[in-house]
Ligand binder design. Structure first.
Ligand code: GUN
Ligand code: FE
Length: 418
């Protein structure tokens, strides 16, 4: 067994912070064995990180690898204009495998250095570049899902597929992706405006027949929601449009954003256990709005946090936690005072345990959970004069003040990343 000694913090099933100061976290064969007050008997490999925080890795439920090169610029536009002017031209470059090699190399290096251990990532429409991205992520030791994007309408002619080609390429991609370790394929219709009914239908069949997960975008920005209404006059809602094609929780599904769902959509998401990838940074940057996270939780909808790079400007999931809390307070103040804001303990729960549950037993330190572990040296906080902060208080201060600094060790399913 391997043991890490430090101040251990993780989230209980009911979103309480569990703290174990100066304790030993044990793991073996990639799984957590338990937390021990003192060194268990026997021969063990012990990593002494006394004074450091030991927490589960964070799951980023939605981000776009091919948008990483321009993250942090072009934040003065709304979604549809931003897609046309910046996103589509950049994504078209991934037709060139040489460009993908360089750009995805940088993306994967930075993701590996970050607090993210699990991911659900969008590639582009290009099969070869998407496979390259999957292989690079697999080699990094991180785990998760990557999607070859499908789009066959309302897209520029340099970034569009014919419907048959989109399906054929997706099938060829699935065949080649099957041999990649630790990184699985996820069916990825970009969003309703860029996918014809026929393409959605065929992707739904593919996902259902092969039992593959699905990811897409939902109810992000008012102009996009209006557009979907006019494109799908036969549907009750944006969610219903996906649902008609078995792309809404028939298999495990992540929908990014969901800022503007109506009551029926919330009921359907709860019934189908569709994960919301709550993307607070992106929702602010693209002026999309503030998602009703408390309503999701009250209706039994699983919620994870997401950077949505490059709608979000950073890979930092710690920053997504504090952003989600801050936005929930603004929503409570300005929109609906009956919906309590998120607490720090809840935001940590979404970033670790609830988001992690999309990937299996991930995001907590109970026996049998996968050993996704981060060790943080929080000594840069300089809080010693203030008094003896509890591990959870130090974690909170760290997330607000020094997110992403002082990362000492990172393990995914027991494998050391750094
Ligand atoms: N909707 C469709 N495509 C995208 C994208 O690339 N980013 C975001 N934020 N929303 C989208
Ligand atoms: Fe997105």
């Amino acid at each position: 067994m391997q043991l890490i000694k430090g101040d251990i913090v993780y989230s209980s099933q009911d979103a309480r912070l569990i703290e174990r100061k100066d304790s030993y976290l044990g793991f073996e064969n990639g799984k957590i064995t338990g937390i021990y007050d003192s060194l268990p008997e026997g021969e063990h490999e012990v990593l002494d990180r006394t004074g450091c925080l030991v927490i589960p890795g964070l799951s980023d439920l939605h981000l776009h690898a091919p948008q990483y090169q321009y993250a942090g610029i072009y934040m003065d536009e709304e979604l549809l204009e931003w897609l046309e002017k910046h996103t589509f031209p950049e994504e078209s470059k991934y037709k060139d495998i040489g460009y993908a090699e360089k750009a995805y190399g940088m993306f994967v290096d930075d993701l590996a250095k970050s607090e993210t251990t699990r991911f659900a990532v969008f590639g582009t429409i290009h099969r070869k570049s998407t496979l390259l991205l999957m292989k690079k992520l697999s080699a990094s030791g991180l785990k998760g899902f990557v999607g070859k994007v499908n789009m066959d309408r309302n897209s520029p002619e340099y970034l569009i597929e014919k419907t048959d080609d989109s399906i054929d390429e997706t099938k060829a991609w699935l065949d080649e992706a099957a041999s990649i370790d630790g990184v699985g394929p996820i069916i990825t219709p970009r969003f309703i405006p860029s996918c014809s009914n026929e393409l959605l239908e065929r992707l739904g069949v593919l996902a259902t027949e092969r039992g593959l997960p699905v990811q897409s975008h939902l109810d992000e920005n008012p102009s996009e929601v209006e557009w979907v209404k006019s494109l799908c006059p036969w549907s009750r809602s944006y969610s219903d449009a996906y649902d008609r094609f078995s792309l809404f929780g028939t298999t495990p599904t992540i929908m990014a954003h969901s800022v503007w769902p109506d009551d029926d959509e919330i009921a359907l998401m709860g019934k189908r256990k569709v994960f919301v990838a709550h993307s607070p940074s992106s929702n602010a940057n693209l002026s999309s709005g503030i998602a009703p996270v408390r309503r999701f939780l009250d209706n039994g909808i699983p919620v994870g946090l997401a950077t949505d790079v490059a709608g979000g400007s950073t890979l930092s999931m710690f920053r997504m936690m504090t952003s989600a809390i801050e936005q929930s307070k603004l929503r409570w103040r300005y929109v609906d005072s009956s919906l309590r804001p998120l607490t720090f303990a809840e935001a940590f729960h979404l970033a670790t345990r609830m988001g992690g549950s999309f990937f299996g037993k991930v995001g907590a330190f109970e026996p049998g959970f996968e050993a996704d572990i981060l060790v943080i040296d929080p000594s840069m906080l300089h809080t010693t004069l203030y008094g003896d902060l509890s591990p959870a208080e130090r974690l909170e201060a760290y997330c607000y003040r020094k997110p992403g600094e002082g990362l000492m060790d990172k393990f995914v399913a027991g494998r050391r990343i750094f």
